[in-house]
Design a binder for this molecule. Structure first.
Ligand code: SAM
Length: 207
């Protein structure tokens, strides 16, 4: 496994699981937008799955979900919640996004929620996702975009330098769209919740 400081994510896992979703309406809208592209025969993957909330919500709509995350504490909560809800079509794997390899043209959909802004080299990951998707496959991402906010731009790099906070890339929605289209994807839909501080994108690998 490539190296990453996982202390922050392991430390915050219980709080992450406990805290309610900040904007339920937006979350439900994103679930519904995603489900339009799902069918019961699909093999899908979720990278940076955290405590598994989204994978669990989508599990009844697809055949199998390969969910992965680097944090063992996040995954332990995800496994516990999955079992508690009697769901048996999600496999959780401890892996860094950068190390994932599902094989070329093997997946119908890849989901990446609140993870692309945490990667130092999102372009390589997006290209890897493109390669793992079948032609016609769908890449769904929801990403924090804080390019225009001065406070996090000051505090987050200091926290990261001190080893207390993860790396955060200050993306703009336009930059992310460019990275996704540069990898070969076509944008099917986009939605800008929270005054352009986040972008939800559905992209397709051409047939
Ligand atoms: C902000 S949380 C998002 C969790 C979940 N996707 C959600 O939307 O609630 C980011 C997650 O990505 C994981 N993570 C961060 N960097 C990662 C990496 N390079 N590879 C794999 N997982 C990573 C963290 O452990 C954490 O669970």
């Amino acid at each position: 496994m490539a190296r990453l400081n996982t202390h922050f994510w392991n430390w915050i896992a219980k709080k992450y699981a406990r805290d309610p979703i900040a904007d339920q309406n937006t979350y439900q809208k994103k679930l519904e937008m995603t489900r339009k592209y799902m069918s019961p025969d699909m093999q899908i993957a979720e990278i940076g799955c955290g405590t598994g909330t989204t994978a669990i919500a989508h599990a009844p709509y697809v055949k199998h979900i390969h969910a992965s995350d680097v944090s063992k504490n996040m995954l332990a909560i995800a496994e516990e919640n999955t079992q508690a809800q009697g769901i048996n079509n999600i496999t959780f794997t401890r892996s860094m996004v950068e190390d994932l390899n599902h094989g070329k043209n093997s997946l119908d959909m890849v989901m990446a929620h609140s993870i692309l802004h945490l990667l130092k080299d999102k372009e390589t990951t997006i290209k890897n996702i493109y390669s793992m998707l079948k032609p016609g496959g769908t890449f769904v991402s929801s990403t924090v975009c804080i390019a225009n906010q001065w406070a996090p731009k000051i505090f987050l790099p200091i926290g990261n330098f001190l080893g207390l906070l993860p790396f955060v890339d200050f993306l703009s929605p336009e930059e992310l769209v460019t990275s996704i289209t540069d990898a070969g994807f076509e944008i099917a839909e986009q939605f800008h919740p929270n005054k352009d501080r986040a972008i939800f994108i559905v992209a397709r690998k051409p047939l």
